[in-house]
Design a protein around this ligand. Sequence first.
Ligand code: BGC
Length: 747
Amino acid sequence: MNKLILLAFGVIFCFTAINAQKLENEAKVEALLAKMTLEEKIGQMNQYSGFFDATGPAPKDENNKLKYEHIKTGMVGSMLNVRGVKQVREMQKLAVEGSRLGIPIIFALDVIHGHKTISPIPLAEAASWDLEAIKQSAKTAAIEASAEGLNWTFAPMVDISRDPRWGRVMEGAGEDPYLGSKIATARVTGFQGDDLSKENTIAACAKHFAGYGFIESGKDYNKADVGTSTLYNIILPPFKAAVDAHVATFMNSFNELNGIPATGDKFLQRDILKGKWNYSGFVVSDWDSIGEMEEHGFAKDGKHAAEIAANAGSDMDMESYVYLNHLKDLVAEGKVDVKLIDDAVRRILRTKYALGLFDDPYRYCDEAREKKMIRHADHEAAALDLAKKSIVLLKNENNLLPLAKSGEKITVIGTLADDKTSPLGNWRLASDDETAVSLIEALKARKGNEITFVAGPKLLEKSPMFHENSAVNTTDRTGFDEAVAAAKNAETVIMVLGEHGMQSGEGRSRANIDLPGLQQELLEAVYAVNSNVILVLSNGRPLAITWAAENVPAILETWQLGTQSGHAIAAVLYGDYNPSGKLPMTFPRHVGQIPIYYNYKSTGRPGPKWEVFWSRYTDETNAPLYPFGFGLSYTSFDYKDLKINVKDKEVEVSVTVTNTGKVAGEEVAQLYIRDRVASVTRPVKELKGFEKFALKAGESKTVNFTLTGKECGFFNNQGKFIIEAGDFDVMVGGSSAKGVTGKFTLK
Ligand code: BGC
């Protein structure tokens, strides 16, 4: 009891201390704002990308010379793409010692999945459904990034997407707003910790606000036309979760939403974010997204774009230069109210105070810490842990997996098997090429089996760089026949196929989502001579691998798993880790089924009732290849005894899960509901709870869920959250496709 009282006092004390600190910071913000000229205020709203010779004499290149001078005169609030203690310190010095008020710069980078130690790509992390491990991944990224002088990451990307053609699905948490919201919270709290001013935490950024994941035809930067029901119930919830987790910043988005570029959208930024949600952080534009409103046909020139964006609530201009060039005139002309400028600057300064930059602008600049923390053994261990948890077993006929520990002749085929760069995935700006453990390295490090590696034909014409696309090889068949011949003599063939890490990500949309290049042909040719094939997929998006799913006996989805990739895959192949991942995104049978997602709405003709006139394709089934939430294990789990108890304000649901196989394993029990009749139609299934747990062979566990109004209600078309009485279906199972079912009525 005494302990409880002490704990309560402790919590109250912390709370009061945090609030007191906030109030003190607010007073400091006001005092500083009162000293600033309009130019200095506009300077804070300006963000530049880095230039390389910051530490030398003033740069010679005209543009960089200008940036350099602007930093010294307080015309730059933030820099992106500058990292490393030495560089950051030099630039910070320019701002702090050079400018009149010495306001420190906030340094940003896209720290998306790890920093130098690379974690699985975010889509893979989401497949772990392990919120603690995901939070830890963001935490270690923050430790490494802050050790390199950074204090702000442009992550997490919380865009929900139903379109695997879009290359940026690798950066998100998949298709579901409930899972997406939980992961948004985990990532934000991982990056930011409980105190932003600590030297090992960094400000997070919820992006891209909003609708980017719904761009038409999956083609990057395209427009999005989204109905209100989808906006409020699918797109916005993860952003709101980030706000509730106190995310320090937001980024708006390249796309237009229903005819208004998101960057210039007052409804999104002022009415919803800063109005309804009462958000006190700031909004940064996406790269040149203010300037790009001209190309959208929404602004007549840069000045007009600056006017629209500032009025709409875009607080910081990333690399458009239009705030710096035009805001002063726009204020003088009465087109932008100085109160809005003050509001934006207040938000930016507030964040800088929260980061502790005014107490010590060099807080994040400690060479010794930089040396010690980069690729720290603990970070590699956490990356390995999450990499194992992110792998999804899609098929395992006749228990082909796990492999025997010894005595087998295994042939490994596919250039991705010995690639040390591709597993790092896209969006890993700080990491060096060739720093991942390849699968071949990991397999060869294990004694016991005879491992032969044959690369087969190359996947790409040349190795792609961040700013380049690389053509897929469809003509050079060198190595093809050799691979097929090697497969003939093997007992087991492991084929490592999929996409290079740089084939997904920004600007990497695909119209075909099959195995690119010669890989499908190679897979079929190998299978023809030896059907004992284990397909190890490596990719940044769901792929339509229907032939493989119907023919190849074992398939392991390994995404791009980061620096520890090879060890993680080998651990699963050998059964040292029993796979536990579940798909965060539906895999289609064919690209023509896209958008395909589990939480679709019923039509008036869901069928199959008539021969012709029901909602379907004439040449493909409606079913996906692999549904959302799906993933196998080396053991099996049985669900039974669904119990539902409707209480006054809550519904309690419980189920018994038993490990019915021979080995220990982890399962993710998922709860779905369907609101049968509502004033705005509801999806046929909606995830509303999940729990990941381990069970020994033969062991059972009762899993409990509580549904409240929050889970049972929804947003109507006016954006109002409502809870309606009526009948609900419940399903609890190991995927969105199958489970034990029941019903309840909400009074
Ligand atoms: C991306 C953002 C990213 C920014 C800065 C843009 O191209 O859309 O997500 O944060 O660049 O690198």
